[in-house]
Every structure is written in structure tokens, then in C-alpha cells.
Design a binder for this molecule. Structure first.
Ligand SMILES: [Zn+2]
Length: 356
């Protein structure tokens, strides 16, 4: 007998623009793709958790008085967030601290990525100083709640995702998060490792689970810990699968693009700091020498690869999605799986609303 049970996936999206040479517009990276996704979820009575890049919004508030076009962006985001809250989606905390040092000139963002990690801020306990870790988390959390509570007075920030997955060492963030009532993290992804100057993480030794408790170190399970980790889902792929997918990407799917400025996959990889720059040869070598993990996401994926992911995903796994990478093809894949009843999506809040 085949198991026909619906697989539940926790859908989390990172609601943000790009951070490379081309940041993309609020309309194309956030508003339009998120609206398409949100409409799709409504059609299938599904919910999602939105990890809102809140320092972007904070920066818009700071600069809006001098730049009318940013006021428009600000209002569009506020309206969309309030619509999502009313639709029952769950808005949670995502922080990219480099916005603090980002300037805006002639319609263009100039990113300074030296402060990419929260850990680059002051460790002193200053809840009103945004340049301290405690202050940044406190101010960002309060800002999200002040916007969301206009539509739902009970809205609570309980979950966090670090910008660029830079959650380590967790001990620096432990008290600031706990002090703000945040007890869920979803910043790690089993098997993944990245080392790119100020942007680095190592998740090769975390527990391979859909959920575990921890305290001072996100890498070590602690059944008595106060924090719950919900890792972004990942799975191993064989070198042959990886090569087959690389072939399909270069042939059948080379023109997929994305709603975020209609960038091609190659372009987004070149301009988005989330991706390392590897030569073809080093990619080929690493394919055969290192265990290859793929993230549970439709971002930059295509039918054959996404079908494999959905089939292999564990029940209750977390999926990550960036609206800026969505395109007609990936949106269609989500609709196909929702429509055939193979998966259902839910939010973190639905899972933990009685907790904490
Ligand atoms: Zn992000």
C-alpha cells in the first residue's frame, strides 16, 4: 500500500530585496511575488510564516522624509504586511544588520556588508541602542509588533531567522532573544557550510532532525534547553543527480528568470551575497568529493529537482522560499503539489500558538 497521507511542510519566506549590485525594487522582489504566493495559499487554505527583513523597513522610515519614492515603498510594505496578518499569515523576525550602514543615493542602495552579522554589533546590554545586539533585536521586534498589531492586537514575535543564516555563535544572541520572548530559531540547515569573510556558518554537525531543543549552542541538542530549533529542511543528493540537474538547468530551464528584476539564475548567483562564486571545475570536484546537500526550497529550482525534494522531505520539515526568486514556473510547481493534495503548508505560529 502506498502511503497517501498529506505531508505537512512549514512554509517560511524571507521577505526582502537583493543585497548585491542590483538590489531590485520593492515591487518586483517583495510586493508582486508575495501577493501571487499569498493568493495561491489562500486558494488552498494554507498559511505561511513571513520572516520580514525588518531593518530594511526601519531604513525606509529613516530615509522616507527625504525621498518620496521610499515613502511609497514604505506604504506598500505596510499595506501588504497588514493584508498578510489579516489573511492569517504569521510575521516573524528576520534581521540583516548591514542595513544600519547602508546609504541611499540617486535611487540606488550602497551596501556596506562589513556589518553583515549581528555579532558585529556591540555586546553591551543597551535595549535602546540599535547598534547593540540587544537593542537591535528589541527595536526590530517592537517594530514588527507595532505594525502587525494594527491588524491583529494579539500578534507576537516568537521566532527568528538570522540574515544570511549567521546565527553562530548563538551564545551572543541567547539572552537578547530570550529577553524578547523569542524562543524559536530557524536559521540552520543540516549539512550546509559557508565561509565567505563576514558571511559564514557551519551546520555540518547539527542534529539531523526537523526539530530539537537547545540552549547556548545551536549545534548541540539539549532536551532541557529553552530554545526550539526548526532547521530549514535539507537532504542529500547523489553526484549523479546533481550533475543531471546541472545539465537540465543549462538546457531545458536556462531561461526561467525570476520576478525580482527578471534576473536569470546565473545573474542572481553573481549578485546575491548568499551564493559563493565557484568555478565550473571546483563545482565538479566538490560534487564528487563532498556530500552534496540540497535545501528544501523552490528558489531557483525546476520541476525534476523540486519533485525530488517534495518526495524526500520529512513530514513537518521547514521549507524556505524567497519571493524575489519566484517565477511562473516555481509558482506552478507549488500549485501542482498543493492541488494534488500531496503537501499542505502551515506556519510556525499554527504549530506553537499554545506555547510560550
Ligand atoms: Zn535574508
Amino acid at each position: 500500500m502506498r502511503n497517501n497521507r498529506i505531508k505537512n511542510i512549514i512554509l517560511t519566506i524571507d521577505y526582502e530585496v537583493f543585497f548585491g549590485e542590483k538590489a531590485g525594487t520593492v515591487d518586483s522582489c517583495m510586493i508582486r511575488p508575495t501577493k501571487l504566493l499569498s493568493d495561491l495559499l489562500t486558494k488552498y487554505q494554507s498559511k505561511m510564516t513571513v520572516f520580514w527583513d525588518i531593518l530594511h523597513y526601519w531604513k525606509l522610515i529613516e530615509l522616507a522624509p527625504r525621498h518620496p519614492e521610499l515613502t511609497e515603498d514604505l506604504l506598500k510594505i505596510e499595506t501588504q504586511v497588514s493584508e498578510m496578518v489579516k489573511a492569517g499569515h504569521d510575521i516573524q523576525l528576520h534581521i540583516h544588520p548591514h542595513w544600519l550602514d547602508t546609504s541611499y543615493d540617486q535611487g540606488k542602495w550602497n551596501f556596506d556588508l562589513t556589518g553583515y552579522r549581528l555579532h558585529s554589533l556591540s555586546p553591551s546590554v543597551e535595549p535602546e541602542n540599535i547598534r547593540s545586539i540587544t537593542g537591535c533585536i528589541t527595536i526590530c521586534k517592537n517594530l514588527i509588533e507595532s505594525v502587525c498589531r494594527k491588524s491583529n492586537p494579539d500578534h507576537k514575535v516568537i521566532a527568528f531567522r538570522a540574515g544570511g543564516y549567521c546565527i553562530q555563535p548563538f551564545s551572543s544572541l541567547e539572552k537578547p532573544l530570550a529577553g524578547n520572548g523569542i524562543f524559536i530559531d530557524s536559521s540552520v540547515c543540516y549539512g550546509f557550510r559557508f565561509d565567505h569573510g563576514h558571511h559564514s556558518y557551519d551546520f555540518t554537525s547539527i542534529p539531523d532532525k526537523t526539530e530539537y531543543r537547545f540552549q547556548a549552542e545551536v549545534e548541540s541538542e539539549d532536551p532541557r534547553g529553552n530554545f526550539i530549533e526548526l532547521p530549514i529542511g535539507s537532504m542529500k543528493a547523489s553526484p549523479f543527480q546533481v550533475l543531471w540537474w546541472a545539465f537540465l538547468l543549462r538546457t531545458k530551464y536556462k531561461d526561467l528568470g525570476s520576478f525580482g528584476e527578471d534576473m536569470t539564475i546565473e545573474n542572481t548567483m553573481r549578485t546575491d551575497e548568499d551564493y559563493p562564486r565557484l568555478s565550473f571545475l571546483s563545482k565538479l570536484i566538490s560534487t564528487f568529493w563532498e556530500p552534496r546537500f540540497i535545501m528544501l526550497t523552490p528558489d531557483n529550482f525546476f520541476r525534476e529537482k523540486f519533485d525530488y525534494l517534495v518526495k524526500s522531505a520529512k513530514d513537518g520539515a521547514v521549507m524556505i522560499l524567497h519571493p524575489k526568486y519566484l517565477n511562473e514556473h516555481t509558482l506552478g510547481l507549488l500549485e501542482k503539489h498543493l492541488g494534488t493534495g500531496r503537501i499542505s503548508f502551515s506556519s510556525l505560529n499554527e504549530k506553537y500558538k499554545n506555547n510560550g
